[in-house]
Design a protein around this ligand. Structure first.
Ligand SMILES: [Zn+2]
Length: 191
């Protein structure tokens, strides 16, 4: 088990387009396993490779709620091949935009095609939170963050706050103060 560092916005690597993987080899599987461990530790329900600084089209998900239980899902080169006309709105969060949430509307149902951890091509019909999560993670592979779906005003406010939080954290670390992040706060799941 190896935990990777999760990049937070604004970071130029989160705005880059990731490259497809040629094959799901041992290196890809290692990345998938590390990403899953990192996601569980965060904790989150989805993570994309660029969030740990790897510009590869790899995502991991695990949705565990009363209405949806997926178990761990590993996807290389995921692609939306079908999307419903009607939208659903969820309050989204993101491990790369800690402690910020916003309503985002996306197609309510999608079909995703991907290579699994064994390199086998699969199609998966997704709805509810799973549909939102899959689309959110695939967005990461194209350098798109959930804040890119909301108004510029709100986006800039969130990015400014993140920058301020980062500067405060760096200052506290320089002064040897312990981290003051509120882990007990009730919040929507981070993707
Ligand atoms: Zn995210």
């Amino acid at each position: 088990m190896a935990l990777r560092t999760i990049l937070t916005a604004p970071d130029p690597r989160l705005k880059k387009k990731s490259k497809p993987v040629d094959t799901v080899d041992a290196e890809t599987r290692q990345l998938m396993d590390d990403m899953l461990d990192t996601m569980y530790a965060a904790p989150g329900i989805g993570l994309a490779a660029p969030q740990v600084g790897e510009l590869k089209r790899v995502i991991v998900l695990d949705i565990d709620r009363e209405d949806t239980k997926t178990g761990p899902l590993f996807m290389a080169n995921p692609e939306i091949v079908e999307a419903s006309d009607d939208d659903a709105t969820y309050e989204e969060g993101c491990l790369s935009l800690p402690d910020h949430y916003s309503d985002v509307a996306r197609p309510a149902r999608v079909k995703v095609r991907y290579l699994d951890r064994d390199g086998v091509q699969k199609d998966l019909a997704c709805e509810g939170l799973l549909a939102t999560c899959v689309q959110h993670e695939i967005d990461h592979l194209d350098g798109i963050l959930f804040v890119d779906h909301i108004s510029a005003l709100k986006r800039n406010m969130i990015l400014r706050k993140l920058l301020k939080t980062r500067k405060e954290k760096e200052r506290d670390e320089a002064e040897g103060k312990p981290a003051a992040r509120d882990k007990d706060k009730e919040s929507a799941p981070a993707l």
